[in-house]
Design a protein around this ligand. Structure first.
Ligand code: ADP
Length: 216
């Protein structure tokens, strides 16, 4: 199955993407994660995008398509893929379509994460993650079971994403509403869009997604 996760920052695409990776045994491509790795590694791409990302603007289509193009041809995605954070505008959606046609592949399903702005801001501004294994937490909704210790790997080293502050969040929300949200209609017209109520608890969202994926 080839799936796109579509929704605003903080709507749970990453969490549900990880869940889907396990339940469907297909891998996720997160453009945000890839870009953050480039920044961490200090690569040329990383240097180019660092400032853009911290301000909450979109990285150029050229850089994004290079990343997607070099990933989608990899052996690990032959049985399917989950796209998280891509496409983010209409041009990217069209470029993806052209690329998939060349590879003889098609998008099977677009999961649209519908959520209210208030919930989003609370989620993003309170989230943090384990610096060692990447597991995510939230000061209000999801604290580690043992305080200050990662549930997954036991590390006590936590980090906050550089762009998870109120200024960057409002700019990311604006970019999302103007450029990314219109993709919902684009995929609805192709009859592959399915909506999820993302205001709900994580487990309930996973159950809803499971049903949608089963029914296609
Ligand atoms: P979020 O969805 O929480 O904002 P992501 O991890 O998906 O975060 O992306 C972080 C940042 O990386 C974005 O704000 C943007 O600057 C950049 N980015 C990621 N994917 C794309 C994309 N497809 N097109 C342009 N910029 C992107």
């Amino acid at each position: 199955m080839n799936i796109i996760l579509l929704g605003p920052p903080g709507s749970g695409k990453g969490t549900q993407g990880e869940y889907l990776e396990k339940s469907l045994n297909i891998k996720r491509i997160s453009t945000g994660d890839i870009l953050r790795n480039e920044i961490e590694a200090g690569s040329e791409i990383g240097k180019t995008v660092q400032d853009i990302i911290s301000k909450g603007y979109l990285v150029s289509d050229e850089i994004i398509m290079e990343i997607i193009g070099s990933n989608l041809v990899l052996e690990e995605y032959v049985n399917g893929f989950i796209l998280d954070g891509f496409p983010r505008n209409l041009d990217q959606a069209k470029l993806l379509e052209a690329l998939l046609e060349k590879l003889n592949k098609k998008i099977s399903l677009v999961l649209f994460f519908a959520i209210s702005d208030q919930v989003l801001i609370e989620r993003i501004c309170n989230r943090y993650y384990c610096a060692k294994c990447g597991a995510s937490y939230n000061k209000i909704f999801k604290l580690p079971i043992v305080s200050d210790q990662c549930d997954v790997c036991g590390s006590k080293d936590f980090k906050v994403r550089e762009d998870d502050n109120i200024e960057s969040v409002s700019s990311r929300m604006q970019q999302y509403r103007a450029k990314t949200e219109p993709l919902a209609l684009y995929y609805q017209n192709k009859d592959i869009l399915r909506s999820i109520n993302s205001d709900q608890a994580v487990d309930k969202i996973s159950k809803d997604i499971e049903i949608l994926v089963k029914n296609g």
